[in-house]
Write a protein that binds this ligand. Structure first.
Ligand SMILES: Cc1cc2nc3c(=O)[nH]c(=O)nc-3n(C[C@H](O)[C@H](O)[C@H](O)COP(=O)(O)OP(=O)(O)OC[C@H]3O[C@@H](n4cnc5c(N)ncnc54)[C@H](O)[C@@H]3O)c2cc1C
Length: 467
C-alpha cells in the first residue's frame, strides 16, 4: 500500500476565482490519485466576492476581451457572451461602448459557474467541493488537519491559501456602519440624510451603484485622503507608443529610486501626449515589467512608492468601465455625490447618525459630516489587522506571517509561504500575495499565475516523496 502522504488531497482554501483557477491547474499538474479539496464558506464556487453581485450596474473593470478564464483561449469570455442566451435582466448587464464590450460582474459570474460545473463534472471524485468555513489549520506529521465550522476535521497533504482580499477594520467602529456587500440594508435609508462612503476607488463606485439600485435617492459624500477617482478606459483602443521600450528606458539608476521611476513614467506620459498618443498606452506597456520594477527597488524606496505613488498608480492602472465612470460623473454634476479629499479624524456615534470630523487636504480646518450610514470602501486590510479567524490562527501558529509592509502573506516568488517552522507545503495565491507580487489581483494575472503555482506544488510534493 502507498504511503498516506501520497494519497492525501491538497486543500485550496477559498473558492473564489483564485481558488477555482488553482484547483483547475492542480488537477492537471498532480498525479491522478491526488485529489483537490476546494473549501468555500459562502459564495457560489468559482465566483467569490467579486462575481457574486446580481447588480447589473456592477460592471467588470476590464473589457470582455481581457476576461477569459482560459489561459489557452484569450477570447473565451467574449465568445461566451456572443453564444450565451441572456434573459432581459442579464442583457442590462451587457454594455457595448466605443471602448469595447463591458459586462456586469454577475454575467461574468454565470460564465464562471458554467466553467465550474464543467470542471467538477470532468474531475469527478478528484475534486471535492467542501462548503465549509475553515477556521484553523493544525500541522501534523506529513500534512495538516483542516478544522472548519460544522464540518469534520480533514487531513490534507498541503495547502493553497486563496482567501482573496482580507476584510478588516479600516475605519473606526460605528454602529451606523453598513457593509458595501450587503445592499439589502440600504433600502431602509432616509432620502433626506447623507450617507458617507470612506474611499473613492472602485469599491466606492460599486457602493454608489448599489445604493441607487436599492432606491436610496439622497446625497452620498465620498472621502479619501486624495479624493482621486479611477480613470475610465479610453474610448478607442490606445495601443502602445511605437518607440516605447520600458526595459531599455528604465536604466538601473532609475530602477533604484521611487522618485526617479515616477519622474521617468511622467516623462514618458508627456512624450506620449506630445506624440498624440494616450497616457494609457504607457501605463499598459509597463505591465510586463511592473513586478520586476517593484521587486528590484530597495525597501525604503518601496515604502515611498506605497506612500506617495500607489494611489496615483492605482487610479491610472485599475481603470473603470466608461459607463460606470459616466454614472459617477453624472452624480457629481448633479450634486448627489460629493467627493472630498480629506482625512477622517474621528467618528462619533449619535443615536440616529454618525458625526464624522474631517480635515480637508492641505488645510488645518475641521469639518463635520453628519451621516446616517457609513460604508467602508477602503478595500482591504493588512494581514495582522484582519479579524478573520483563520488568518488569526495561522498567524498564531506561525504558519504565515505578514508580507512586506504588512500586505498579504510573506511568500517566495512561487507563492510558497515563507518563515514557517518547517518546510510545510503551504502556498498563498492571488490577492493574498499583494505584498510580494505587484500584479496579482486582476483576472488575467490570476489566470496566468495558476499554472506555475500548480507546477510548484507538484514539484514540492514530488520532493517530499523522494525524501
Ligand atoms: C468588488 C470587486 C470587483 C472586482 N472586479 C474585477 C474586474 O472587473 N476585473 C478583474 O480582473 N478583477 C476584478 N477584481 C479583482 C479580484 O481580486 C479578482 O478578479 C478575483 O476575483 C480575486 O479572486 P479571489 O478568489 O482571490 O478572491 P475573492 O473573490 O475575495 O474570493 C475569496 C473567497 O474565499 C472565501 N474564503 C475566505 N476565507 C475562507 C475560509 N476561511 N474558509 C472558506 N472560504 C473562505 C470567501 O468566501 C471568498 O468566496 C475585483 C475585486 C473585487 C473585490
Amino acid at each position: 500500500m502507498r504511503p498516506t502522504f501520497r494519497t492525501l488531497p491538497i486543500a485550496v482554501i477559498g473558492g473564489g476565482f483564485s481558488g477555482m483557477m488553482a484547483a483547475e491547474q492542480l488537477l492537471r499538474a498532480l498525479p491522478p490519485d491526488r485529489a483537490v479539496v476546494l473549501c468555500e464558506r459562502g459564495h457560489p464556487f468559482g465566483l467569490g466576492l467579486a462575481y457574486s453581485t446580481p447588480n447589473p450596474d456592477h460592471l467588470l473593470n476590464l473589457r470582455a476581451t481581457q476576461m477569459s478564464a482560459d489561459p489557452e483561449q484569450p477570447g473565451a469570455f467574449s465568445d461566451w457572451l456572443v453564444r450565451a442566451e441572456l434573459d432581459p435582466t442579464e442583457r442590462l448587464g451587457l454594455r457595448e461602448t466605443e471602448a469595447g464590450t463591458f459586462a456586469s460582474r454577475g454575467l461574468y459570474g454565470r460564465y464562471l459557474s458554467e466553467r465550474w460545473t464543467r470542471l467538477a463534472e470532468a474531475a469527478g471524485d478528484r475534486l471535492v467541493a467542501d462548503r465549509a468555513a475553515i477556521v484553523d489549520v493544525e500541522p501534523v506529521p506529513e500534512g495538516f488537519v483542516l478544522h472548519g465550522e460544522g464540518v469534520s476535521p480533514r487531513r490534507v497533504a498541503g495547502l493553497v491559501l486563496a482567501m482573496g482580499n482580507l476584510p478588516g477594520p479600516a475605519i473606526t467602529p460605528s454602529r451606523h456602519r453598513l457593509d458595501p456587500w450587503r445592499p439589502e440594508a440600504f433600502g431602509a435609508l432616509y432620502p433626506g440624510r447623507d450617507v458617507l462612503v470612506v474611499g473613492t476607488g472602485l469599491t466606492m463606485m460599486d457602493s454608489v451603484a448599489a445604493l441607487r439600485r436599492e432606491g436610496f435617492a439622497g446625497r452620498v459624500v465620498a472621502v479619501s485622503r486624495r479624493g482621486l477617482l479611477p480613470k475610465p478606459h479610453a474610448a478607442v483602443p490606445v495601443g502602445r507608443r511605437p518607440d516605447f521600450s520600458p526595459e531599455i528606458r528604465f536604466t538601473p539608476e532609475i530602477r533604484a529610486s521611487a522618485r526617479r521611476l515616477f519622474a521617468a513614467v511622467r516623462r514618458e506620459v508627456a512624450a506620449a501626449r506630445e506624440a498624440g498618443a494616450d497616457w494609457r498606452g504607457v501605463i499598459d506597456a509597463l505591465r510586463p515589467i511592473t513586478d520586476s520594477l517593484w521587486t528590484g527597488l530597495p525597501r525604503a524606496e518601496q515604502a515611498r512608492i506605497l506612500r506617495h505613488v500607489r494611489p496615483y498608480w492605482d487610479v491610472h492602472r485599475h481603470r473603470t468601465a466608461p459607463p460606470a465612470a459616466e454614472a459617477i460623473a453624472d452624480e457629481i454634476r448633479r450634486g448627489s455625490l460629493v467627493v472630498r479629499a480629506a482625512r477622517i479624524l474621528a467618528i462619533d456615534d449619535a443615536p440616529d447618525r454618525a458625526l464624522v470630523t474631517i480635515r480637508p487636504r492641505g488645510t488645518d480646518d475641521r469639518e463635520r459630516i453628519e451621516a446616517q450610514g457609513i460604508l467602508d470602501a477602503t478595500g482591504f486590510s493588512r494581514l495582522a489587522e484582519t479579524g478573520d479567524p483563520l488568518i488569526r490562527n495561522l498567524l498564531a501558529r506561525g504558519l504565515v506571517r505578514p508580507g512586506p509592509f504588512g500586505l498579504g502573506i510573506a511568500a517566495g516568488p512561487d507563492g510558497r509561504v515563507a518563515g514557517q517552522p518547517t518546510d510545510a507545503p503551504v502556498w498563498a495565491f492571488g490577492p493574498m500575495l499583494r505584498g510580494v507580487i505587484w500584479e496579482c489581483i486582476a483576472v488575467p494575472d490570476i489566470r496566468d499565475a495558476a499554472r506555475p503555482l500548480a507546477r510548484a506544488v507538484a514539484d514540492r510534493l514530488g520532493d517530499r516523496l523522494a525524501a
